[in-house]
Design a protein around this ligand. Sequence first.
Ligand code: AMP
Ligand code: MG
Length: 417
Amino acid sequence: MNDSARLYGGSLSPDEAVSKLGALVTQIGEIETVTLANAAGRVLAADLLATHDLPATNNAAVDGYGVDAGFLAANPSHAFPVSGRAAAGHPLSHPVPVGEAVRIFTGAVMPDGVDAVAMHEFCEFDETGNTVCIGSALKPGSNNRPAGENLRAGEMIVAAGTRLAAADIGIAAAAGHGALQVRRRLRVGLLSMGDEVVAAGAPTGRGQIHDSNRPMLATMLADDGFEVVDLGIVPDDEDALTGCFADALESCDAVLSSGGASDGDEDHTQAAMRNNDVEPVFWRLSIKPGRPMAGGIRTGKPVMCVPGNPVAAFVCYRLAAAPVLNQMAGGIARPLLRPRVKCGFDHKKSAGRAEYLRVKMNANAAGEPEMHLHGRKGAGVLSSLTGADGLVEIPVENTGVAVGDYLPFIPFRESGL
Ligand code: AMP
Ligand code: MG
């Protein structure tokens, strides 16, 4: 066993790595107020309560004529004089006398004296007499949306720790909030490592490759609501990486690197962690792709080093790094959705590591959803991710997949609603 393997012990599942490292991180404490326009992706700092009943008053659910249902039941063929008009935003200023009707439109406040609305289609309006006959029986409350039906004043509408999405922001507005208390955004220092790695768009020489991980991981971090601090590309040099980690640990809440995470001669992440007194927490995950991921901690700040192969970097970020960062950011844990779906492919693997392959979801001849492998194989083949619907998780103990097996499918977020 080499030094690194001794130092970091056995390999962990991503969930084990998350719970070990997650237990050591310091959560963001600072709170800010943001307007709804700036709230998307932020983590709500305290439970949000409704400030008033919603709707605040009884209101009409359809366009038609409002009457007293009891009077109508006793007088089904009565011609109701129409005593006014109530539209959304234009309430009637007086009560409707018994035996009279109000012309009313969806969303209008139900005037006093009226407890049911007959749909326009079931009414016969006499223009000369300005009266209406109601052709259908009504119960008290028919086509009336009662006050508080949607929300009650004081009711909890969004829980603390929610990463705010469109529906949360919509309900916050409906419940009377124009601004929200959120946690400060987590600052994540992001760097790529490698003598061969060149910034996107720059010319490459022989043996050089463009840095795809930094733009990809920056996008994933931003989509997850984190602030990205771009630390650029660091050469395969222990001193350079040691200095980069030192600066990042000063200015950021967490550090994420890709490349150089193995224990080869050109892999310096572990030395740079040691030189910065970063306490090792795990090294190696029992997954493919993405085995040589390292995680360490210094004063509540995690340093997470994912492998350079782009698909491995993607998988390690999503399964192991993002949940730790979410926890630091104050977010409610969001376990990945893993419904079991039928496999439409065969595959061989060895036991001991869970494997994550890229799949497309299609309906088979019977109309049942079925997963099919997508793109070329290999931890470096980014094109297998583009156009895929998600990952199939082949559990640690499995030695292969046969057509017809049901395995967990992890959809990409972009496949969501
Ligand atoms: P490493 O993890 O440093 O051993 O790198 C594994 C493979 O990923 C090598 O073929 C690297 O050239 C490649 N690689 C490393 N960093 C990046 C990056 N930022 N973007 C694209 N490929 C990378
Ligand atoms: Mg390298």
